[in-house]
Design a protein around this ligand. Structure first.
Ligand code: ADP
Ligand code: ZN
Ligand code: ZN
Length: 729
């Protein structure tokens, strides 16, 4: 009998509509293959794929042209069960290549074929020699560390959280034979800081969450500072007590050391964090610890929606409206929506929390699909901030700040408070203009002006394109007319910082944005240094959430007017959410807070509704408008984007694609230029498909998307499909 050879379908991390078949010999195929990583040949190289179809038996000569699997990496599947089903669903729903979806679920080192890391938790303790030597150690940080260990084993996770820099001390003690690293049980509980007694609204919400035994979606809709996090913590503690895992998704800017520490102290178990700032090895370790059920509480940003949860009990999505949950390239998933699918497949409750719920979630709550839990009051003694709209028309402005704002800052500082000036624009100024001839600095590769960075005139000043990253020194003279009258126009955070640090020279002025704060922990350090002293923070939306600043009593918001007139149908929703979230930073503790919104359009309906009636009144009005206009959430959308160096192939592709949509139930708009028609040297256009019925749109996409791969016009462009796009560019 010839050697039995089997055929296996392998999903490759490439934009291919279907998996590829390979042959695998029977011994390697031995046990179930689906969900195992395989190293296979592709073209002249090799690639790691994932087996998707159980092998079928067949004689050797049945598939002579098939290439052979080079190596089976996993003896048992690493993607299986619920996660496997949810990922298969995601690939179908997004009409995305299954191989790319499966690869997205894996941390990079596993995607590249690395072995599953060791996940045993370790701790440190003082050994006998250490105890003997302790009284004789020199005073200082290493001795303090030794004293800490003398009280018992400390796990590395809590040492990382509480004693930054501990590793150097541990190493030096170990070298002298005084301390040792030991394996610890990851589930060992450490002391717990008792929670504040929940108020009635919190109690009711927490009880509803904990009484849900199977899948249901709960919208925890609570004003800023209403104590949503306390409700999560209560629900997670009860989940842990039932022996289950909890997954908490937080926005990129919400995952702070301060927040992890709060979770750790309250829950008494290690908190497994997962975010883009982690080293690759660390990400793989956390993912694997979740797979093995060792990680009981996983807190992470967008990509944490993909952790395996073999013993799931609860899923939480904090700030569910946040834009960072949507992935903008590759597999364009929405982490909140995928988390809901996972909770459904897992049969566990999911909580979506926000002070400014997305219109999607409010719509579902109104329709009765989600349980609507409301927290209407701030927790503890904090009162809602007073919001005032400041009309700056005809007023003299300095770095964009009117006299009312400057005097409010002055009196707040004099009263010992802290001030946040919010401006969602990095850099010194958005435009560099020649006052003599009208020339302005444009990015050569994008349809966008370049942002001026650097407060010093001359050498230090640079021009940076925020869309493609292009950089160059700012010219000393106008390239068109040689005039020296080059003027930065408008105000970014750097210019506001320059003005305020001169005007208020005797208090600290901290600028917090992506330019000033590279490291995740850098921000916390800045804030720790400031403490509760009077001072000014200037920030972009990095400061809109996450850090509790008890002494912050004034928030000044500048430069929001451009958001009032954007063409994107979601811009009003985004602006309203941002304003409410930023305003919510003020007066979170005992001191009352005030918010000043500077605008040239004080009568704009969005501002009026928001300030006089609040976010929910705004949202109701907006939902009614979306319904009238046939926009999400009252319709389902998909966006086909295409780009190339020249516009012609893009047009040809989108026209050919449009011809392929036969269904009359679907509206097709375009080809249209993208809102930014040229970016990083590429011409960009799009086609928008929409239907009042999600299912109708999905069934059209089912037939249409595979046909796009086959279009000859597709070869000359880069194209992508975005189902449920959140940005139309
Ligand atoms: P949110 O997540 O809704 O913004 P937090 O849970 O962070 O609110 O709570 C806001 C502040 O109120 C925190 O300082 C928190 O410690 C405090 N807090 C929350 N719940 C209570 C409570 N029941 N009693 C007293 N203080 C509370
Ligand atoms: Zn000029
Ligand atoms: Zn550019």
């Amino acid at each position: 009998m010839p050697d039995a050879v089997r055929r296996v379908a392998v999903a490759l991390p490439r934009p291919l509509p279907t998996p590829f078949d390979y042959r695998i010999d029977a011994t390697a195929a031995g046990s179930p293959l689906r969900g195992c990583r395989l190293r296979v040949p592709l073209g002249s190289g090799e690639i790691i794929g994932i087996a998707v179809d159980e092998a079928q038996q067949g004689p050797n000569d049945e598939a002579p042209s098939l290439k052979s699997v080079l190596e089976r990496i996993d003896a048992t599947p690493i993607l299986h069960g619920e996660l496997w089903s949810s990922l298969a669903w995601l690939a179908r729903y997004l009409h995305a290549p299954i191989g790319e979806v499966l690869a997205t679920a894996l941390p990079a080192s596993l995607r590249q074929g690395g072995s599953l890391p060791e996940t045993q938790a370790h701790g440190w303790r003082l050994n006998e020699a250490g105890h003997t030597a302790l009284p004789g150690l020199r005073a200082g940080a290493p001795r303090r560390f030794a004293e800490l260990l003398a009280h018992g084993v400390h796990d590395e996770d809590s040492l990382d959280a509480r004693h930054p820099g501990w590793r150097a001390h541990a190493r030096s003690l170990a070298k002298r034979g005084l301390a040792e690293r030991v394996a610890v049980d990851a589930m060992v509980a450490s002391p717990i800081v008792p929670p504040p007694p929940l108020n009635d609204e919190q109690r009711a919400a927490a009880d509803t969450i904990s009484s849900a035994e199977s899948f249901s979606v709960m919208l925890l809709d609570g004003v800023t500072g209403s104590g949503k996090t306390e409700v999560y913590l209560d629900a997670i503690a009860r989940t842990l007590a039932r022996g289950k895992q909890a997954l908490v998704l937080v926005p990129e800017i919400g995952l702070t050391p301060q927040m992890l520490e709060r979770f750790r102290n309250r829950l008494g178990v290690p908190i497994h964090a997962l975010h883009s700032g982690l080293a690759e090895g660390e990400r793989a370790r956390t993912w694997t610890a979740a797979l093995r059920g060792q990680a009981r509480v996983i807190v992470g940003t967008r990509s944490a929606a993909f952790v395996p949860l073999p013993e799931a009990g609860l899923v939480i999505v904090d700030e569910e409206h946040d834009g960072s949950y949507k992935q903008f390239d590759g597999i364009r998933y929405h982490a909140r929506d995928f988390a809901i699918v996972r909770a459904k497949t897992l049969g566990v409750p999911i909580v979506l929390g926000s002070a400014t719920p997305s219109l999607e979630s409010l719509h579902n709550a109104h329709a009765g699909r989600y349980t609507h839990l409301r927290l209407r009051h701030r927790a503890g003694n904090a009162r809602p901030p007073q919001v005032r709209v400041i009309d700056v028309r005809k007023r003299p402005l300095q770095a964009g700040l009117g006299p009312e704002a400057v005097s409010a800052i002055e009196s707040t500082l004099a009263a010992g408070g802290q001030v946040l000036v919010f401006r969602n624009r990095r850099g010194y100024a958005p435009v560099l203009l020649c006052h003599d001839c009208g020339w302005s600095a444009q990015c050569r590769r994008c349809d966008s002006p370049m942002t001026v960075h650097g407060t010093v005139h001359g050498a230090g000043r640079r021009l940076i394109c925020h869309h493609c990253g292009a950089q160059q020194p700012a010219p000393a003279a106008c390239p068109q007319c040689a005039s020296l009258a080059l003027q930065p126009q408008g105000n970014g955070t750097e210019r506001i910082e320059e003005f305020l640090s001169q005007r208020f020279a005797d208090v600290p002025v901290l600028r917090i944005d992506r330019g000033s704060t590279q490291a995740r922990d850098g921000l916390q350090k800045h804030l720790d240094d400031l403490g509760t002293r009077p001072g000014i923070l200037i920030g972009t939306q990095m400061l809109a959430k996450g850090h509790d600043l008890p002494n912050l009593t004034l928030v000044v918001v500048v430069g929001i007017d451009e958001g009032l007139f954007s063409a994107d149908f979601r811009s009003g929703e985004k602006l309203a959410q941002l304003l409410v979230q930023v305003a919510g930073r003020a007066g979170r503790a005992d001191k009352a807070g005030a918010v000043l919104l500077q605008t040239h359009h004080p009568d704009h309906p969005l501002l009026q509704t928001l300030v006089t009636q609040g976010y929910h009144a705004f949202a109701d009005g907006e939902l009614a408008e979306r319904e009238a206009a046939g926009f999400p959430p009252h319709a389902s959308m998909a966006l086909l984007r295409a780009e190339a160096k020249h516009v012609d192939p893009v047009m040809h592709f989108l026209h050919a694609a449009k011809k392929g949509v036969a269904d009359v139930a679907i509206e097709v708009h375009g080809p249209l230029a993208a809102p930014m028609p040229r970016r990083a040297g590429y011409q960009r256009m799009q086609l928008i498909l929409s239907s009042p019925l999600r299912a109708a749109l999905q069934s059209v996409l089912d037939g249409w998307v595979p046909s796009l791969y086959a279009l000859p016009e597709a070869r000359r462009v880069r194209w992508s499909l975005d189902v449920d796009p959140t940005d139309l560019y």
